[in-house]
Design a protein around this ligand. Sequence first.
Ligand code: F6P
Length: 343
Amino acid sequence: MRVGMLTGGGDCPGLNAVMRAVVRKGDHTWGDEVIGFLDGWRGVIEGRTRPLDVAAMRGTLPRGGTILGSSRTNPFKVDGGAERCQASLAEARIDALVAIGGEDTLGVAHRLADLGVAVVGVPKTIDNDLNATEVTFGFDTAVQICVDAIDRLHTTAESHDRVMVVEVMGRHAGHIATWAGIAGGATMILVPEEPFDIDEVCAALKERHEQGRFASIVVVAEGAVPRAGTMAVASGEVDQFGHVRLGGIGNNLAVEIEERTGFETRVTILGHVQRGGTPTAFDRVLATRFGVAAIEAVHDGAFGQMVALRAGEIERVPLADAVGELKLVDPGLYHGVAEVFFH
Ligand code: F6P
């Protein structure tokens, strides 16, 4: 078969590992020819490709990012975009497409599947907010990067009796913040799912400092929001999928905390460091399992489906289930575990 493949949305450690698995399994078992589309859906619209064979994938297992490039292009927001995608798949004689991406990329895959495109999805996002799969690759790596940073911030915070605000990724869901905060021993974790009250945050920090424990680590997801009317926040540009460019809540929070408590406060925005570099062993294995399962799904004709991790096993789920709604932080984990340490 001639199998097309693309990576869309924000990059994520493990993308190359998925593609390597698709190529190796496809070549070895069925003699497939794999064609990579460059820069996500943009490369499909524009018909820009490169061959992906076993040699091309050599050495890519531990490499972060994506050798295909990525974009946040939405063909349904481009004039004639969906038709151009179909035409370019036909021109490249693609029998089936493997789309590796998050909610947005797979949302497009789902719509194209409805138009008759033979597509299989692979879930990807460091945010881990994709429904229908227990976890996405890249999340474990991102959390580990945050925990390493938080561990380092503890010692400098203690030396100076400071509050350290650590802003992590997580636009709509606070999975990274919650996991990194629990693993890093944070004093406070603020997530998009639970609008925070700045007065309560400051009161908790004051109480902690009055008890003689001076250094505090406040982990805040970039998408965390204050309760309505309690604190001003800035907003940024919007992309083709309607997402605002975030980054800034950490700075706002640090200013407010210092003003309201009088404690010296510093902010660290981890930003894209969380998405870069080599995937953890867990993410390499998960990505490899997803890649093998995706090419098997292609050969079974399981189009309009996505591979997913459920109860430790790789399963197939309809793309519709993956993109219908986001997976948010389990309230049991946030209130029942993380919150125990908020003081
Ligand atoms: O891919 C998800 C994500 O990492 C979000 O956590 C973050 O808000 C966004 O991407 C950043 O996007 P960009 O790399 O386009 O600035």
